[in-house]
Design a protein around this ligand. Structure first.
Ligand code: GUN
Ligand code: FE
Length: 424
């Protein structure tokens, strides 16, 4: 039997705002599935090999619920533009380059590697509209050990001359892509209408029916920027709010992930909470593109499911520890904007959003729940300046979110397999 036993300072986030800490503990997995976290190694494992990581932190591996793979080469570019101008000037021309399979292979191999080296093992990712490059992306993620969802983007309007399909092409390419991705073991397809301005009613109708017929999840963008929201109103005068444009095509349920939701008001948030739609908070992107400051604490209080996304390349940071710290900062900015009437995210809450909140979207449970595939990373802080007093494990985690030594990630497990090791 394949057995993994990791010893160290184990910190997991089984519930919002709650860190479970086991110092000098043992995290065990059988056949790639967590069997438990123990302060003392159970008798049944006596004599088995133990990987002793000293007092290094052993954490759940983070998830990135929203990023654009073909924007990986343009991180940090055009950050002074608002969303719609940035899409036209930077994002669309960059994505158009992925008609070239060799370019896609090179960039996607580097992206997959960087994800794993950052400890991100589960993703919900946009590709471009290109079928071949999307399959290359899925291959490279599989090869590196990244798991989760990838979507061929659908866009049959407003993409300019180099990044647009006809409605018929979009339908045909989506069906061909779905056929071709049946053999991937760890990466699954997700339907991906880019956002309302990119998709005609005919295409949305097709995607809604396809999602229902094949029981497929869906990802898109919602209420990110005020100019975008105004445009959506003009395109769909029959819908009083942005979300209704998705709902009317059946693209609004527990298997729907909507990035941003910065400007979703109480009614739109209620529609999310009632349908179980996952809101993906992307704090770096929202600040870079001056989109706004999402009311994350309010969403959580109202019962909306919320997880975190890097939104590469609206966001410039791929590492989800950075994104968790950004989410805390954004929630503090929101508190100031709200006249100190809303709370900010605690470290334990932000970490829950990064490692556990998205689990249900992948059909998994939060924390190191027994029976779940092992997604873990070992994080060292021994290279940081020695603190004036010993830090608690929670304080060490906090410091690592804001500030880490280079090469902090020592080892990574994804769906039970060790996919990265720095030293062994
Ligand atoms: N809305 C539609 N497309 C995009 C994109 O690529 N990035 C962001 N941030 N928002 C979008
Ligand atoms: Fe996005």
């Amino acid at each position: 039997m394949a057995l993994t036993i990791l010893k160290g300072t184990i910190v997991s986030a089984p519930a919002p705002g709650w860190l479970e800490v086991t110092e000098g503990g043992f995290l065990t997995a059988e056949e790639g599935r967590v069997s438990g976290v123990f302060p003392v190694l159970p008798e049944r494992y006596a004599g088995a090999a133990v990987e002793d990581w000293g007092d290094a932190l052993i954490l759940q591996a983070p998830m990135d619920l929203h990023l654009h793979a073909p924007q990986y080469p343009m991180r940090g570019c055009g950050m002074d533009l608002p969303l719609l101008d940035w899409l036209n000037a930077y994002a669309f021309p960059t994505e158009a380059r992925f008609s070239d399979p060799d370019y896609a292979r090179e960039l996607y191999r580097a992206l997959a590697r960087e994800l794993i080296e950052s400890g991100t093992t589960r993703v919900c990712m946009f590709s471009s509209l290109h079928r071949e490059a999307t399959l290359i992306l899925m291959e490279e993620l599989e090869r590196a050990g990244v798991t989760g969802y990838v979507g061929k983007v659908n866009m049959d309007r407003n993409g300019g001359k180099n990044l647009q399909e006809t409605t018929e092409e979009s339908r045909r390419e989506t069906l061909l892509w779905l056929e071709a991705c049946q053999d991937f073991r760890h990466i699954r397809p997700i339907l991906t209408p880019r956002f309302i301005p990119s998709c005609t009613d005919g295409l949305m109708d097709f995607l809604g029916k396809l999602a229902a017929e094949r029981s497929l999840p869906v990802q898109s963008h919602l209420s990110e920027n005020t100019g975008e929201i105004q445009w959506v109103k003009e395109l769909h005068p029959d819908c009083s709010q942005y979300w209704e444009c998705y709902a009317k095509y059946g693209l609004w349920n527990r298997r729907t992930a909507m990035a941003h939701c910065v400007w979703s008001d109480e009614r739109e948030r209620r529609a999310m909470a009632e349908a179980g739609v996952l809101a993906v908070h992307c704090p770096d992107s929202n600040q870079n593109l001056c989109s706004g400051t999402a009311p994350v604490k309010t969403m959580l209080r109202e019962g909306v499911r919320v997880a975190l996304g890097s939104d590469i390349a609206g966001g410039d940071r791929l590492n989800m520890l950075d994104v968790a710290a950004s989410a805390i900062r954004a929630s503090k900015a929101r508190r100031i904007l709200d006249n100190w009437e809303t709370e900010f995210l605690t470290v334990a809450e932000a970490w829950y959003l990064a490692v556990s909140a998205g689990a249900s979207f992948f059909g998994a449970k939060p924390g190191f729940a027994p029976g779940e595939p092992l997604h873990a990373l070992v994080l060292s802080d021994s290279g940081l300046p020695r603190s004036a007093r010993p830090l608690t494990p929670a304080e060490r985690l906090e410091r690592c979110l804001y500030h880490r030594q280079r090469d902090a990630v020592q080892a990574v497990w994804s769906e039970g397999r060790q996919v990265f090791s720095r030293t062994r």
